[in-house]
Design a protein around this ligand. Structure first.
Ligand code: AKG
Ligand code: FE2
Length: 330
């Protein structure tokens, strides 16, 4: 069963998604061409509605000619969020997006984690699948509920057992997660079923995450849920860390790229090369903030949609440690 169908059976109302209606890549992204095409279609409609004046029409045509599907660059669409490419053409694609999420929507996720004391020492998944806490990563993190792993009858069972408050808390989190995941899927241009449970990360001053890859070690991918690989990562900053802090940035050492956290900004990158292998150039680290607290959210995208049956089959397939998807069932 896929996440979408669970959402339907939970009867979760659709929430309005804050942030700009349109997302465009500047310059257009090769792997994101589908989204760009959709955007170009929307641009055409908007311009037609907006204008009628030949000046605007001419302007839009000129933009299109330049393959500037990001028509905001030409000043035509005012509600578009732009994913700005940070790397050169011969480097892996890394984009910075602003205005994709509403601040209150993101702050709600933090409150939900805090309310259930969800932050705990971040674990590291070794390549043999073993889960350890070590000095490679000293932050704390909180996995958000994964709707896929929360059967609707569980909420009813909780209610029947008199745990109405807990059922409501879970439902609130599922609703918030659904809305954010839907938005992430729209921004990244993938099906929502490919998004792993959202993971919030917190760094107190001095805490860090050393250089690492987000991919699962090939060929076994033992640290995966169901044998999948992570195609993309989107890291959304949930707090500001000013430059005056002297740390707290996301750092890609092999690309010489530092990105300072601003609440709501999202950094999106592709983890794989064209031939589907982990792209070692996107090795990255979370540098320790010196005096600020830093909060961020990991959005990992798998190369396939998740299904409960595939996860269960994978977990039963070998005796070696697997990510504890069952934690979402408890
Ligand atoms: O906090 C950061 O800047 C990086 C976090 C990260 O890479 C991760 O959690 O996988
Ligand atoms: Fe990472």
């Amino acid at each position: 069963m896929y996440l979408g169908s669970i959402a339907m059976s939970l009867n979760l109302p659709t929430r309005a998604v804050p942030g700009a209606a349109t997302v465009v890549f500047e310059p257009p992204s090769r792997w994101h061409s589908r989204v760009c095409q959709q955007t170009a279609g929307k641009a055409l409609r908007d311009v037609t509605l907006l204008a009628g004046t030949s000046a605007v029409w001419h302007h839009w045509r000129r933009c299109r000619k330049q393959r500037a599907t990001a028509t905001t660059a030409c000043g035509v669409i005012s509600d578009a969020a732009v994913m700005q490419r940070l790397t050169k053409e011969d480097e892996p694609e890394i984009h910075l997006g602003k205005g994709l999420f509403g601040a209150s929507q993101l702050q709600e996720l933090i409150s939900l984690c805090d309310a259930r004391h969800g932050f705990a020492a971040s674990v590291q998944r070794r390549k043999d699948g073993e889960v350890v806490v070590d000095q490679h990563r000293t932050s704390s993190s909180c996995p958000m509920l994964w709707p896929l792993m929360t059967p609707p009858d569980r909420l009813q069972m909780l209610r029947d057992a008199g745990n109405v408050a807990l059922a409501e808390q879970i439902e609130q989190e599922l609703r918030a997660v659904q809305a954010v995941q839907r938005r992430c899927a729209q921004v990244i241009g993938v099906e929502q079923e490919r998004i792993e449970p959202l993971q919030l990360v917190k760094y107190l001053p001095g805490q860090y995450y050393s250089p690492h890859m987000d991919t699962h070690e090939e060929p076994e991918r033992k640290s995966s849920y169901a044998g999948e690989q992570r195609t993309h990562t989107m890291l959304v900053f949930l707090s500001d860390v000013p430059e005056s802090d002297g740390g707290g940035h996301l750092h890609f050492p092999r690309l010489g790229l530092h990105i300072q956290p601003h609440l709501g900004d999202a950094v999106l990158w592709r983890n794989l090369t064209e031939d589907g292998q982990p792209d070692l150039r996107v090795l990255h680290e979370g540098v320790a903030p010196k005096s600020c607290e830093k909060l961020a959210m990991n959005v990992w995208v798998a190369d396939r949609p998740f299904s409960l049956s595939a996860i269960q089959a994978w977990q039963a397939s070998s005796s070696s440690a697997k990510p504890a998807a069952s934690q979402f069932l408890d």
